[in-house]
Design a protein around this ligand. Structure first.
Ligand code: NAP
Length: 421
């Protein structure tokens, strides 16, 4: 592994809040090499673009299987980027590339139903810092089980470090920290609400991800008790504030529910997701009724479904746009209710700046050796959270933290009823 340190160009970043942070960044004025796996895809490509803007001195290695797509991405990113042809299933070639980089950013999903954490294993073997944008509970907790090996290899690693999960976990951690530091009541209920128009301008992999998630029972927590619910049920109409408005959201099995329940110690946690136009939500509900769960868990069958649906998804995407919004709500025992809200016009851009914000935090030394979730202070140090959120919220149409719901909702008088987890 090459030396883990980097330079940040202050003019292109949101100014860090403390002079201490600036000094730390200045002290690390050495070029780092970052490998982005899946860089020919939407999330990886967007991450590469964001990293090249935030920190132009970084050397970016754009990893993927397809040379033509890779070279076209190099042409987009420009100087300081090169293509690396690699298949993540080929451990030998993966290790050869990893041995010459400081950090690997794994975006080559889908993570659902993947049998191994092969990239993390290779990162440990080559002593390379690691992060992924995994959005699957089994994969994320399997990654977490490599904790001792990562500590022994002395590598920092973060799993689920994208926009959601990722930035949403850090928002939740900050809401909980603020509530506890005011000592006014214990956090009792944490709810993640996500909205993305269309497929969010995303690739076929995200479509596959969504279908595979419909094949999983939803894990949520109610007063400390683990409960299992049917996917795409439990509809709520949630106000995402200015630029987004009210949207229907449904239960999905997402890793941040389990990780924040365990790590932040909040007894009731759930996550809901909704899309637009409304008939896509109906389509998702219909899929849970039409297809047996085993079918929706089969990656090959789901890939066939994706091929079938992809052309119509692209057409609707052209009309629906790709707005994205995350609302994280925390309720405490004293009745205190606070939220964080993040809305952006383009998922394809915001996922890149969010993932890049995690990559920069790791390169800056915010992460301890081990495998961490974003909400763990050993993953993203508490004092590094503010800079991370500032970077990740670049270009948002609305970003607020620690506000009461009535301060951000479009119709403050309306009360949301029927919330059960
Ligand atoms: N946490 C979050 O916030 C978040 C948000 C959005 C998406 N995601 C996850 O991010 C992942 C990527 O989504 P996306 O929209 O970017 O998908 P995408 O556009 O299809 O890109 C995936 C890329 O991975 C590469 N790839 C796939 N298999 C590979 C292999 N065996 N070896 C090397 N490269 C491989 C592909 O490159 P080639 O075909 O060129 O090899 C492709 O460019 C998904 O799993 C999704 O669930 C997470």
């Amino acid at each position: 592994m090459a030396m883990l340190c980097m330079s940040i160009t202050p003019s292109l970043t949101t100014p860090p809040t403390s002079t201490a942070t600036v000094e730390v960044n200045k002290a690390k004025q050495v070029k780092s090499r970052v490998l982005i796996l899946g860089a020919t895809g939407r999330v990886g490509g967007s991450t590469a673009l964001a990293l090249s803007k935030l920190s132009p001195d970084l050397q970016l290695l754009l990893g993927g299987r397809n040379k033509d797509k890779g070279e076209s991405m190099v042409a987009t990113i420009g100087a300081n980027s090169e293509f690396a042809q690699v298949n993540i299933d080929d451990a030998k070639s993966l290790e050869a590339i990893l041995s010459d980089v400081d950090l690997v950013v794994h975006t080559a999903g889908p993570f659902q139903q993947a049998e191994k954490c092969s990239v993390l294993e290779a990162a440990i073997r080559t002593q390379t810092a690691y992060m992924d944008v995994c959005d699957d509970t089994s994969y994320a907790f399997r990654a977490k089980s490599y904790m001792d090996k990562a500590v022994a290899a002395n590598i920092p690693a973060i799993t689920t470090a994208g926009i959601y999960p990722g930035v949403s976990n850090v928002m939740a951690a900050e809401l909980v920290r603020a509530a506890r530091s005011e000592n006014k009541g214990e956090p009792q209920r944490l709810r993640f609400y996500y909205y993305t128009a269309g497929s969010g301008g995303a690739g076929p992999t995200i479509l596959a991800t969504s279908f595979l998630l419909l094949g999983e029972e939803v894990v949520a927590y109610n007063k400390g008790k683990r409960i299992e619910l049917k996917p795409y049920t439990g509809k709520l109409n949630i106000d995402f504030g200015k630029g987004i408005g009210k949207k229907d959201v449904y239960l999905l099995n997402l890793p941040e529910v389990k990780s924040t329940h365990e790590i932040l110690g909040v007894p009731t946690v759930s996550a809901r997701f909704g899309t637009a136009p409304f008939f896509w939500n109906w389509g998702m509900v219909a899929m849970t009724k039409l297809f047996p769960m085993e079918f929706l868990r089969d990656r090959n069958k789901v890939q066939q479904l994706v091929k079938l649906f992809d052309p119509s998804v692209r057409v609707v995407d052209g009309i629906s746009g790709e707005r994205v919004s995350m609302r994280v709500d925390l309720e405490c025992s004293d009745g205190r209710h606070t939220l964080g809200l993040y809305s952006h016009k383009k998922l394809s851009v915001s996922v890149g700046v969010s993932t890049a914000a995690f990559a920069l935090a790791i390169l800056e030394g915010s992460t301890q050796p081990g495998v961490w979730f974003p909400e763990e202070p050993e993953g993203i140090a508490v004092e590094a959270r503010e800079v991370l959120l500032q970077r990740a919220s670049q270009g948002t149409i609305n970003f607020v933290m620690n506000k009461a719901p009535w301060m951000v909702e479009t119709d403050p008088k309306e009360v949301i009823l029927g919330i059960y987890v």
